[in-house]
Design a protein around this ligand. Structure first.
Ligand code: ZN
Length: 264
């Protein structure tokens, strides 16, 4: 089967333009019977995003998330590791002005172990922490979460408005991230923050550099990671509801980014 007919212009799944090219093929990095083994990365020179094509199927997502435990690793429970991870989140909350004011509310989407909730709670006990995840794996183990909701964000009963919404290593898993930004824009109060971290790209990779570095990239998770974002994509798709207050793509030697959006 030919995935891409070279005579038909491709439309960017992330911005809708026609400036998309095939970067190359990538094999699944997770051992399971996905609907195809023929995944590719596409790059868009307009929104500067690299994304997986085709999307994982509904059954692929089940294989990835419902039949595996993600957080049992000692990495997440070893006291020295916990201290290190919490130091990062507490630092971000303080230095980027994310901590809700006394008695304020925050929401953590795709929370898992809810590190940002844990950091905010330890900085200010009065902050109300709401966590959401599609998996129940961590729902009963996070004492620092006031209400842990298992289900889709659209079905979340607590609608805010929140002073902080946090998505750490979550947005790269979403088939329609622009939809998620729209959903979040209705949950954040004016002046409130959205904190996003996610994989960026291989160290010092630039458009035109080819596929090789991607195949060795530690965050190339096929087909779990669907999109590798850019600042330009957020400039295009987060406005006019949000402004970019902070963008730092130097994390982990330029392999991950940290972003703060402010609700206008
Ligand atoms: Zn694009």
């Amino acid at each position: 089967m030919t995935l891409l007919d070279s005579t038909t212009p491709l439309r960017c799944r992330l911005c809708g333009c026609l400036e998309v090219t095939l970067l190359g093929s990538v094999a699944p990095t997770h051992p399971a019977e996905f609907h195809t083994k023929e995944f590719t990365l596409q790059q868009c020179s307009h929104c500067d995003v690299v994304y997986l094509h085709p999307l994982p199927s509904a059954n692929d997502l089940k294989l990835l998330y419902q039949q595996s435990m993600q957080f049992t690793d000692a990495h997440y429970t070893d006291p020295a590791q916990v201290e290190k991870i919490l130091a990062y989140y507490s630092g971000a909350a303080r230095n980027l002005g994310l901590l809700p004011r006394t008695g304020g509310q925050m929401l953590e989407i795709g929370a898992g172990l809810a590190w940002m909730s844990r950091a905010c709670k330890s900085l200010d006990q009065t902050v109300l922490t709401i966590a959401q995840d599609v998996s129940a794996e961590c729902a009963n183990t996070c004492a620092w979460v006031d209400r842990y909701f298992v289900g889709a964000v659209d079905a979340l009963p607590d609608r805010g408005p929140y002073q902080l919404v946090s998505l750490t290593h979550v947005i790269e898993h979403l088939a329609n991230p622009a939809n998620m930004l729209r959903t979040i824009s209705a949950l954040v109060q004016p002046g409130g923050a959205v904190f996003i971290t996610a994989p960026f790209r291989p160290s010092s990779w630039r458009c035109g550099d080819g596929i090789t570095a991607w195949r060795n990239y530690s965050y190339l998770h096929v087909p779990a990671h669907i999109t590798y974002f850019s600042r330009r994509w957020f400039e295009l798709k987060a406005s006019p509801q949000f402004s970019i207050a902070h963008w730092d793509a130097s994390h982990e030697n330029g392999q991950a980014f940290e972003l703060v959006l402010r609700r206008n």
